[in-house]
Design a protein around this ligand. Structure first.
Ligand code: RM4
Ligand code: MN
Ligand code: MN
Length: 406
């Protein structure tokens, strides 16, 4: 290591980072607590959440140990299979959390075989819009700030579908939904270049989401799911552009090795996640403001225990942001100005390798949570207790754990 990579963070800088991190929050997904797997099957866990009350209890637990996850994203079809019950607002509150982003499900019904908002059949497009309007209504009742849209729409073979017509159908659908949203709600438009469609997806990259969001209305922004890019894609550059265009709506954090692997953040490439946070920290340094976007986790844990994985991720996101906030911006700007590539890169690396544990300790002290949330959780006995409860609950319900995806 060079001298600069060994440099520790000055105490004034550390105080500034602590102050910023105390305000940082990240949303957990309800589906991250349930049994999930791959399309080849799933391995059931005794402690996995069975229903929304279980998921809210687990989310409340993650919040108690981390202090930075006060909201839970919900997936309408998986979480409200019998319709929305406003009592969930209170139930969430009793666990110390709130309902966050509302995710309509526009991919599971048989009728969506050839798409939802891009389907050639107007009746199916209307059905998709109706479901999104219902989701807006749920969001109004839960006071959610985000309607989070992901479409599996696409085609599997060349010649199968009319690309331009599909683009226009989707545009009209998003405009209708946008018009029904309360002012305080932001529509997040997610993209993904592959899966389940194999030839093309209609919402295929940040440019397509940008165009859809632009034509939907001022309350629509782009959602970057970090796992939804082709190999080698420079995700932080996309993030920088979207920030500059005021079109970044938020993130679905996860890590990947091959495709949309939904692994815990930073498990494969923490430097990639750091570089994304670096763009955010750079903008915040320049403007003196917090970037007002939705920080959300979107991962599913086929083999890791659910609550542990979520605590691990929340803490890792927090520590990577801490490192990005430690970048010496003056030194970086000076190095860039004199075209000193080595010094510029070393400035970034110094922050990435900086020991931020004292900073995280101070943040957690001020949030009133354990200094090491994961270790404290593992000692708490929560997992063993819910495993016991849920084995009994499944038995009482006559449930076969292999049933649904989430
Ligand atoms: C998709 C996408 C969506 C998520 C579903 C379950 O790949 O990431 O955000 O809701 O998976
Ligand atoms: Mn996602
Ligand atoms: Mn995904």
């Amino acid at each position: 290591m060079t001298k600069s990579t060994r440099r520790s963070v000055s105490s004034a800088a550390a105080d500034r980072v602590v102050t910023r991190l105390v305000r940082f929050q990240v949303e957990v997904p309800s589906w991250g607590f349930a049994d999930t797997g791959t399309r080849f099957g799933k391995f059931a866990q005794d402690a996995a959440a069975i229903d929304l009350p279980d998921k809210l209890a687990d989310a409340g637990c993650v919040q108690r140990f981390t202090g930075i996850t006060p909201t839970v994203a919900v997936h309408v079809l998986w979480d409200f299979p019998d319709g929305f019950d406003p009592a969930v607002v209170k139930l969430a509150r009793s666990h110390g959390v709130r309902i966050g982003a509302i995710n309509p499900n526009l991919f599971q019904d048989q009728c969506y075989k050839f798409g939802s908002v891009c389907n050639a059949d107007p009746a199916i497009r209307r059905r998709a819009v109706r479901h999104m309007l219902e989701s807006v209504e749920i969001g109004r009742q839960t006071k959610s700030r985000h309607l989070s849209l992901w479409f599996a729409d696409g085609a599997n073979y060349p010649g199968q579908a009319d690309v331009r017509r599909r683009k226009r159908w989707a545009t009209t659908a998003l405009q209708k939904v946008h018009a029904a949203m309360p002012r305080a709600m932001t529509m997040l438009v997610e993209y993904k270049p592959f899966e389940p469609a194999t030839y093309f997806t209609d919402f295929f990259d940040w440019g397509s989401s940008y165009i859809f969001a632009r034509s939907a209305g001022a309350g629509a922004k782009v959602l970057v799911d970090t796992g939804h890019h082709l190999p080698g894609c420079n995700v932080e550059q996309i993030v920088a552009w979207l920030i500059d265009e005021k079109m970044l709506g938020g993130f679905h954090f996860n890590d990947r090795k091959y495709a949309d692997d939904d692994l815990t953040v930073g498990s494969i490439d923490p430097y990639q996640a750091f570089r994304i946070f670096n763009e955010i920290a750079a903008w915040e340094h320049e403007t003196g403001k917090d970037l007002d976007i939705a920080y959300m986790i979107d991962q599913s844990h086929a083999v890791k225990p659910k609550v542990q994985a979520m605590i691990q991720t929340a803490c890792r996101v927090q520590s990577l942001l801490a490192k990005a906030l430690c970048v010496d911006r003056e030194a970086l700007a000076a190095a860039q100005k004199r075209e000193d590539t080595v010094a510029a890169e070393e400035t970034l690396r110094a922050a990435f390798y900086a020991d931020v544990s004292p900073i995280l300790c101070a943040v957690r002290k001020s949030l009133g949570v354990p200094a090491d949330p994961l270790a404290a959780f593992r000692e708490s006995g929560y997992e063993q207790r819910i495993a016991k409860d849920r084995i009994a609950k499944r038995k009482a319900l006559g449930m076969d754990q292999g049933a649904s995806y989430a």
